[in-house]
Design a protein around this ligand. Sequence first.
Ligand code: PGA
Length: 258
Amino acid sequence: MLKARRTPIIAGNWKMHKTAAEAVNFVQELRPAVAGQNGVEVVVCPSFVALVPVIEALKGSNIGVAAQNVFWEKQGAYTGEVSPLMLKEAGCRYVIIGHSERRQYFGERDETVNRKLKAALAHGLTPIVCVGEQLAEREAGVTEKVIRTQTEAALAGLLPEQAAGLVVAYEPVWAIGTGKTASDEDAQQVIGFIRTLVEGMYGLEAAGRMRIQYGGSVKPENIAGLMARPDIDGALVGGASLTVDSFAAIVKGAGVKI
Ligand code: PGA
């Protein structure tokens, strides 16, 4: 399971921040700030209404664009939803699925995460699937049980080749937006556990190719330590992705070769 086979991926999850105009200004500054940073894939995740102008502004660059959510149907009477077909046509490469805020505020469950994931794959989008335990679950010592349930349900029914191409983000809920990062060791332990689960489901080859990020209060100061761990392939970054300086510093930190 050599890490060298997996290109690290740093994704900036802007959540409900930045108007379309602000988003375009941001990526215009980001382009030169991360140009020449080889060996790291960079992704930004704007709101739905900013996707098209951001994709336009990034033409000719290697920076990828992700949506923050998707519905599982291709089209139909689903007021307020956005389909994987629409995202693909708009030029999205990735889509975040099952973020803990979607689970907490918008009723997402493991089963809907799985439906969305399959729909995204069927339309050629790469899912960034989020899993993570709550603080009470960690304190009760059931982190691995929770992660196992979420991962097995989210990733059920795929082909090994599809599983290999996914990005999973391990985001302990208690570390999101709190300033409390999981220790490098705790993050590695859970991410290594996820990789072992995937090996059990889809075999060694898929588990060895799948990229697994850490998310939760990632900053320029802590990225290098996380990246030094064998199973951590990048980060899903919230707060620190909102300014060009800190996001670009995280991208650079992820490029540090070990
Ligand atoms: P944070 O958010 O970096 O602000 O903790 C991470 C996320 O929710 O993806």
